[in-house]
Design a protein around this ligand. Structure first.
Ligand SMILES: Cc1cc2nc3c(=O)[nH]c(=O)nc-3n(C[C@H](O)[C@H](O)[C@H](O)COP(=O)(O)OP(=O)(O)OC[C@H]3O[C@@H](n4cnc5c(N)ncnc54)[C@H](O)[C@@H]3O)c2cc1C
Length: 404
């Protein structure tokens, strides 16, 4: 009988982990608490390095069909327009996908679940809440809210930021919470007809209120900070929503608003990503500021490396201490790469005073103007620099993340 793994959570990370394990010959049971796939608007950017990794699972062409290819991203001043623009097309020598793919995370889940549903060695159970997991030495178990216990060779916790598995293991989730909450609004109004040189991804600096403006296939999404002087209800109310959108492009009629969401932003990393035969990945293991779009992407990187190495350990192809090292490596990347860069992005956009704001803009303009500096910056922003250090290990595990 093949080794068995229970994966908790059918978000992007659980789906990718399940697929990596199943492709590695493991029998997978994927448990999802929600009665059907959650389709809230959350992450919507896939970076080049993540697309190179997802190529291994043969899903990228379909994602591209359902998403929007964004080769350029820009930094703007709200009053003066484009300050710096970066063309990911110049990375075509190092990635097969020299662009950000704007594609809602639930679309990846839909594509993956459709494929997992066709595999004999995968069972997907919706409406199945897990309350905790236990490491039992050479097996692990997942306890279900129904009272059922599933014993397997390993359990993967991909059950998101509030992870019941992480809590049941007593792991710390240390870090900080930002003072500002983030308000995300989406509208079908065509902003690009009114703002010169608008890219599909724009970081917009402003002395009063910075914002991020992103295009998805059907909508423009705008993300704004919300300070202590506004309650959630006030920020989500029509007065705030229409006022903020009119601050981007002033209109005589009200904006049609398709989604409005407010959420708290944190930087937190679990004490450990591996407890015996229980592996933590994605938001269950680390959460961060969304500026730069590295949260879900980093989680997918966890799922590819840890999914492939867990499968190899369970097949007996590599020693368990390799999985240990990979889990520690992913934890280091969550701290030294994802947390560092997303925090820097937040600090430079939200620079507190006029001089600091101008310095951040000047620095970005200088970067974009120097081809070598621009390339170095894009290698970091595209997360290619995050995947390069695990390339050799991935190749040894039979995953080829290389570009052309
Ligand atoms: C409002 C919002 C906006 C965001 N915007 C961005 C963004 O713009 N860019 C970005 O990079 N990131 C963003 N994020 C973060 C991003 O969505 C996450 O990094 C990403 O979803 C992580 O994927 P995951 O699979 O680890 O967790 P999740 O997507 O949270 O998936 C976890 C899954 O596990 C299920 N589950 C939870 N508990 C249990 C349980 N006990 N038993 C069984 N199943 C369970 C959940 O129903 C869910 O399907 C946003 C998050 C939020 C909340």
């Amino acid at each position: 009988m093949p080794p068995q793994v229970v994966v908790v959570g059918a978000g992007p990370v659980g789906c990718v982990a399940g697929a990596m394990l199943a492709a590695g010959g493991i029998e997978v049971t994927l448990l999802e608490a929600a009665p059907e796939l959650p389709r809230q608007l959350r992450a919507s950017t896939f970076h080049p390095a993540t697309l190179d990794l997802l190529d291994h699972l043969g899903v990228v062409d379909e994602m591209i069909r359902r998403g929007l290819v964004a080769p350029r991203f820009a930094y703007r001043d709200r009053n003066h327009g484009v300050v710096a623009e970066f063309d990911l097309g110049t990375l075509a020598d190092i990635t097969n996908y020299p662009f950000r793919l704007q594609c809602e995370q639930y679309k990846l889940c839909e594509i993956m679940l459709e494929r997992l549903g066709r595999m004999d060695n995968v069972t997907v159970r919706f409406g199945t809440e897990v309350t905790g997991a236990t490491d039992r030495g050479d097996t692990a178990s997942a306890l279900l809210a129904s009272g059922e216990t599933l014993v397997a060779d390993a359990v993967v916790a991909a059950d998101g930021a509030g992870s019941a598995v992480r809590k049941s293991l007593g792991l710390g989730f240390d870090g900080m919470t930002y003072q500002d909450r983030y308000l995300v609004l989406s509208t079908p109004f065509e902003m690009a007809d009114h703002l010169d040189g608008l890219a599909y991804v724009n970081y917009i600096s402003d002395p009063e209120e910075w914002l991020v403006l992103l295009r998805t296939v059907d909508l423009w999404r705008a993300l704004f900070p919300v300070g202590d002087d506004e309650t959630d209800a006030e920020a989500l109310g029509d007065r705030s929503v229409q006022g903020r959108l009119n601050g981007i492009v002033a209109r005589n009629e009200p904006y049609e608003v398709i989604h409005r969401t407010i959420y708290r932003v944190h930087q937190r990393v679990a004490d450990r990503f591996l407890v015996g035969r229980v592996v933590l990945m994605g938001d269950a293991a680390h959460i961060n500021n969304p500026l730069g779009g590295m949260g879900m992407n980093g989680g997918i990187h966890d799922a590819v490396l840890l999914g492939a190495s867990l499968a190899a350990v369970l097949r007996g192809d590599i020693d368990a201490d390799r999985l240990d090292r990979h889990a520690e490596f992913r934890r280091t990347m969550a701290i030294d790469y994802v947390r560092r860069h997303t925090h820097q992005n937040a600090r430079s956009l939200a620079a507190p005073d006029g001089a600091a704001r101008q310095r951040a803009l000047d620095q970005m303009a200088a970067r974009a103007a120097d081809p070598e500096e621009a390339r170095a910056y894009m290698l970091q922003a595209s997360m290619i620099d995050a995947v390069t250090p695990m390339r050799e290990e991935l190749e040894e595990l039979g995953v080829n993340p290389r570009g052309p």
